[in-house]
Ligand binder design. Structure first.
Ligand code: 5AD
Ligand code: SF4
Length: 481
């Protein structure tokens, strides 16, 4: 990678989901291989990349406003390459240039492997570069599939947020076509990666010191890979990943309710390394709304799934997503959602105000008729209820010992930048609960038993204890030495 002073500098900003975080990691990895180093700010960079999200208007507005601030920079340093990557690039394509004419590069999520080559082309040919995948109606299914390539080059551990944790993609795209969602358009048809590739990557990650892997897919539990007679499901992958030495914790997100099969729940139960944490969005508690969303299930079917989870995986933590103010949502519909949150006591819920997205069925056919103020109020109300439930349930951990994978300094410690020890550390339990406690920087990356003495809706506070422990969900039994 040569002389540090000569290295080209890269600045990248990422918005959106875990898939985008992983995509950015992959892009950074491929550019490092070309001799790039990360820059702390856009001012010093030779290439400035935005990895974007289209799921809600707000996410797009943020990127366009960030791009707006680069106009001057581009005038002063025209040789600097500015790129828009990800879902917004796929959705808006050349329209990005209309709103931000100084952008050089537009690359969809299925074409990210071309970023290094396109940056070079933009620089040498002084011409705009566009690489997007076929949209879902302009070609044979096979051609569309091929135009959405999964991009998973082997990574250097230094490129991950922490060396002991990693996302691992098992699936790209989505075929569910919920009426509100752009993802089936921007990320293309659902395709499962070959099990051999996934396991090879998991082994490399383990060899590099990775202890926790999170398997990623838009509907991760719909994963299926067919090779002749052989069908591989998520439960098979979990079993295979669990056999890899070094990996101690396995999670998977995000699940789709109808595909939460018994074999999967049984695999999670039987595999000690697999966290009993399920992120399985309900989206709405009203059958009418679910039907308009084309979610493909009724509240009764979701309820049946929750019962099976309770039976087969007692102690499991379930998280959900909700959209409030979807087209035609009445006060009664919203009350059904409130009731569902009350009944299921999710570990947490991500709650969003419906945002109409061009190109989706809802945008074409169903009026976005719930006033913004109503969406806002419903959002606030549902969030307040969920927070109260999370806080109550978190209080039950007081006095219990939980297993924490220590991720790093807590937010407060990072801001204070105080020199320890002790320093305030943060980590997560198997079921994704955040735990803050005092410790030593050397403990980052370790699994530690922490006894909880305080809790609010979002965080458990505790103190490290010593001893051997075994776990069942998030509550662990500690055998003192
Ligand atoms: N408006 C608001 N929220 C949305 N989501 C997806 N599309 C939209 C939209 N158009 C939410 C869903 C999904 C999460 C990732 O984002 O709840 O589960
Ligand atoms: Fe979007 Fe529905 Fe697919 Fe999730 S399952 S990515 S909400 S279309």
């Amino acid at each position: 990678m040569g002389d540090g002073s000569m290295a080209k500098k890269l600045y990248i900003e990422t918005v959106g989901c875990q898939m985008n975080v992983l995509d950015s990691e992959m892009v950074v990895a491929s550019l490092r291989r070309e001799g790039y180093e990360l820059a702390a700010s856009a001012d010093q960079a030779d290439a400035i990349l935005f990895n974007t999200c289209s799921v809600r208007q707000h996410a797009e507005d943020k990127v366009y406003s960030a791009l707006g601030t680069l106009k001057r920079l581009k005038q002063q340093r025209p040789q600097c390459v500015i790129g828009v990557l990800g879902c917004m690039a796929q959705k808006d394509q050349r329209q990005v240039f209309e709103r931000a004419p100084y952008v050089d590069l537009v690359v969809g999520p299925g074409q990210l492997h071309r970023v290094p080559e396109l940056i070079e082309a933009a620089r040498s040919e002084k011409e705009r570069q566009v690489a997007v995948s076929l949209d879902r109606t302009s070609g044979t299914l096979d051609a569309i599939r091929r135009s959405h390539e999964t991009f998973d080059p082997l990574r250097d551990p230094a490129m991950r947020p922490t060396p002991f944790q990693a996302y691992l993609r098992i699936q790209i795209g989505c075929d569910k076509f919920c009426t509100y969602c752009v993802v089936p358009n921007t990320r293309g048809p659902e395709q499962g990666r070959a099990p051999g590739d996934i396991l090879a990557e998991a082994r490399v990650l383990a060899d590099q010191g990775c202890r926790e892997v999170t398997l990623l897919g838009q509907t991760v539990n719909s994963y299926r890979h067919v090779d002749g007679e052989r069908v591989t499901r998520l439960s098979d992958l979990l079993e295979a990943v669990a056999q890899i030495d070094g990996i101690r914790r396995i999670k998977f997100v995000t699940s789709y309710p109808l595909d939460m099969t018994d074999d999967l729940l049984d695999a999670v139960r039987s595999l000690e390394k697999c966290s009993p944490y399920l992120h399985v969005p309900l989206q709405s508690g009203s059958d009418e709304v679910l039907r308009r969303m084309k979610r493909g299930y009724t509240v009764a079917q979701y309820d049946e799934m929750m019962q099976r989870i309770a039976e087969r995986l007692p102690g499991a933590a379930v998280a959900s997503d909700f959209i409030v103010g979807f087209c035609g949502e009445t006060e009664w519909d919203f009350e059904q959602t409130v009731e569902a949150v009350r009944k299921y006591r999710f570990k947490n819920s991500f709650i969003f105000k419906y945002s109409e997205r061009p190109g989706t069925k809802a945008a074409d056919r169903i009026p976005d008729d719930v006033p913004y103020e109503v969406k806002q109020r419903r959002n606030r109300e549902l969030l307040a209820l969920q927070n109260a439930i999370s806080e109550e349930d978190n209080q039950c951990f007081i006095g219990q010992t939980v297993e924490v994978l220590v991720e790093g300094l807590s937010k407060a410690a990072r801001q204070r930048k105080s020199a320890g020890p002790p320093v305030q550390l943060t980590g997560r339990t198997p079921c994704d609960r955040i735990v803050v406690f005092e410790g030593n920087e050397r403990q980052i990356g370790q699994f530690l038993p922490v006894v909880v003495y305080e809790a609010n809706a979002h965080t458990l506070f505790g103190e490290v204890v010593t001893g051997e422990y075994c776990h069942d969900g998030d509550s662990v039994q500690l055998t003192l030495p």
